[in-house]
Design a protein around this ligand. Structure first.
Ligand code: FE
Length: 283
């Protein structure tokens, strides 16, 4: 692969500590003043704690409209319930890709009183034509997520996208997402070809990694997000302690975004309508 096709780090960003729901402590990485969005991604939260008081209050009933929430559990158990009668338990290694569409009201509550809770929630925008679609769940237990070893010292869980002709279970034609959980042992290198024209980022949640090729490579430390661009082939090499990172990409929608809290529409009028519909119980 020619080096001019290499993806490089355009920016690296650290998340900011915040709290959401009924006081759950988390790190917001996308959806902050330094990175308000990365089309089609509206938000990325990392939650990770051993302290029950950081997560025990959970996320009681709240609405969503106009986008998708993607919860990837690493440790811990979370129960979700919505006002359409859907309910499920997210266990370690499972993924829930929830299309809120025209709206639902749900809760996401920890199903444990102690121990470690760790994972990510990503918000993915929907195109105008799908914002008022029926709510839908794509939920997968860990054994339904392909785990590959594409090279020695490399482990990849394919949540969405394709690695070595193996595709993850998530289907979303609008944004054609890639979502990989990549583990690299100390000093190991691997490269992955991102879909052309997608926006992409990497977020390191264990160890550290260098991204990019040769002199253009860039060290990304623990809990840093790298905005990627410039080429399609992402070269990565773990540092001395190995690394674990998510690599996420999606086709940008390039549509106007009108957002407030849990509603993400295209215009201010649609946003106002979302508030009215929610208040009048039409979710
Ligand atoms: Fe939610």
């Amino acid at each position: 692969m020619s080096s001019n096709d290499s993806a490089r780090v355009l920016r690296s960003i650290r998340g900011m500590p915040t709290s959401d729901g009924a006081g759950v402590r988390l790190t917001r990485v996308i959806g902050t003043p330094s990175l308000p969005e990365l089309d089609p991604f509206l938000m990325l939260d990392e939650f990770g704690t051993e302290r029950a008081e950081d997560y025990i209050a959970g996320f009681p009933d709240h609405p969503h409209r106009g986008f998708e929430t993607v919860t990837y559990m690493l440790d811990g158990r979370m129960r979700h319930k919505d006002n359409h009668g859907n309910e499920g338990l997210l266990t370690p290694g499972s993924v829930q890709w929830m299309t809120a569409g025209r709206g639902l009201v749900h809760s996401e509550m920890p199903e444990q009183e102690s121990g470690r809770m760790r994972g990510f929630q990503l918000w993915v925008n929907l195109p105008a034509r799908d914002k008022m679609s029926a709510p839908r769940y794509q939920e997968f237990a860990p054994e339904r997520i392909p785990q590959l070893a594409p090279a020695e010292g490399v482990g990849v869980k394919v949540i969405a996208g394709t690695v070595d002709s193996v595709s993850g279970p998530i289907q979303q034609p609008a944004t054609d997402p890639v979502y990989l959980d990549i583990e690299l042992s100390a000093g190991t290198a691997w490269s992955y070809r991102l879909p052309e024209g997608h926006n992409a980022f990497a977020y390191v949640f264990e160890g550290d990694v260098s991204l990019g090729e040769g002199e253009a490579s860039h060290a990304i430390e623990l809990q840093q997000l790298a905005v990627l661009g410039g080429g399609s082939t992402l070269h990565m090499r773990a540092g001395a302690e190995g690394a674990r990172l998510i690599v996420v990409a999606g086709r940008p929608l390039r549509e106007p975004v009108a957002r407030h809290g849990p509603f993400v529409m295209n215009t201010r009028e649609e946003l106002m309508q979302a508030f009215v519909d929610y208040q009048e119980g039409r979710f």
